[in-house]
Structure formats: structure tokens, C-alpha cells
Design a protein around this ligand. Structure first.
Ligand code: ZN
Length: 194
């Protein structure tokens, strides 16, 4: 089942989501929500989705970055961003710890701020701890583009959107991004917007 993608302005996107208990996680409702989130993310398509974006105030995040999404990315930018395919990850009650203070400056978008993009400084490296969908603890270090996705999605669980962290002068329509900024590398982005 595909779920409705809530857009900026809906109050749930500004609320703190609730931790998922082991009992809730085992329930049909929460397992269904996870399956429907996966279907919705793939349909969009997007690389990350947090439960509040589909109207569920639960601390659940889905991440998946497929090779086929990489075709549209300008190759030098793709290389610079350190982007790699990411197999489906379901993160329940995720916590992140920043382990590299260096900030990277790239454009990012959000399925809940449809049609726009902006430059958002994000930490290069974070440690993630969470439960998987069966309740098993997992932990990994995320670098570069994956670190960006994780930080963006965990922000959703705290009622934050990328527009709270963006460099506001870089906010633009996706149409203008494609027209004017799609091939910009970090030097130009930082020079112009930081
Ligand atoms: Zn988002």
C-alpha cells in the first residue's frame, strides 16, 4: 500500500516522534507501517523516509539508495559526494553521534518539501545505533552521502526539516536547480553560498 506523503505545514512534521517499544515493533500495525513506508519510498522514488512523513509519529526511518538513482547525478559530483548504493535499512529508534565535525555542503531535497532544494551543511561522518525491524540492535558508521541521509531522516524524528538547517539564500525550485546548479561541485557551492 502506498501512503500519503505529508507536506511541510502538516503539524506532525514538527512534532517529536515517539520511541517504538519492542512490543509495538512486533505488532502487525508497526510491521505494516514499515512495509508501506518501503513501498512509498520506492514509488516516490527517494532515498530516505521517516515515519512522521507518512503521518505516523514513531521513531522509524527507512533508507535505500539504488544504483539506478545514480544515473541522473552529474558524474564528477557523484564521485565528490562519495555516494554509494545502500541496501534497504530499517532503523528503529535511531540515535546518531557525530564523529567528524567537518561539514560538507551539498544540495538536498525532501519528499515533504516537494519541488524545492537547498544547500545544507551536514557532518561528514556519524555513528548510528538503532534496532532493525526484528528488534535486533544494529550499529554502523555512515560516511559522506549516507551520513547526510541519516542526519536528514533522524531530524524528521525530532520535528526538524532541512529548511531549518539550510543556507537560506540557496533555497530554489528543483527546476532551477536542474537548469543552473545540477553540475556544481562543492567549491562553487561553498564559494557562492557559505
Ligand atoms: Zn525529508
Amino acid at each position: 500500500m502506498l501512503l500519503k506523503l505529508y507536506q511541510a505545514g502538516q503539524p506532525i512534521l514538527r512534532q517529536s516522534a515517539k520511541s517504538v517499544t519492542k512490543q509495538q515493533l512486533a505488532s502487525k500495525h508497526v510491521q505494516d507501517v514499515i512495509d508501506f513506508m518501503i513501498a512509498t519510498l520506492r514509488d516516490a522514488p527517494g532515498v530516505g523516509l521517516a515515519a512522521p512523513q507518512v503521518g505516523e509519529a514513531l521513531r522509524i526511518v527507512i533508507i535505500e539508495d539504488k544504483v539506478k538513482y545514480h544515473d541522473q547525478v552529474h558524474p564528477p559530483l557523484f564521485k565528490e559526494q562519495g555516494r554509494k548504493a545502500v541496501a534497504l535499512k530499517v532503523l528503529v529508534n535511531p540515535e546518531i553521534e557525530i564523529i567528524d565535525q567537518e561539514k560538507l555542503y551539498y544540495f538536498e531535497g525532501c519528499l515533504s518539501v516537494d519541488g524545492y532544494t537547498a544547500v545544507v551543511p551536514r557532518s561528514r561522518q556519524v555513528r548510528v545505533t538503532a534496532l532493525d525491524r526484528t528488534g535486533k540492535p544494529i550499529s554502523f558508521v555512515a560516511h559522506d552521502w549516507l551520513a547526510r541521509i541519516v542526519q536528514h531522516e533522524v531530524d524528521h524524528l525530532d520535528g526538524q526539516l532541512y529548511i531549518d538547517r539550510m543556507i537560506s539564500t540557496s533555497f530554489m525550485t528543483l527546476k532551477n536547480y536542474t537548469l543552473l546548479w545540477r553540475k556544481a561541485l562543492t567549491a562553487k557551492i561553498k564559494n557562492t553560498f557559505s
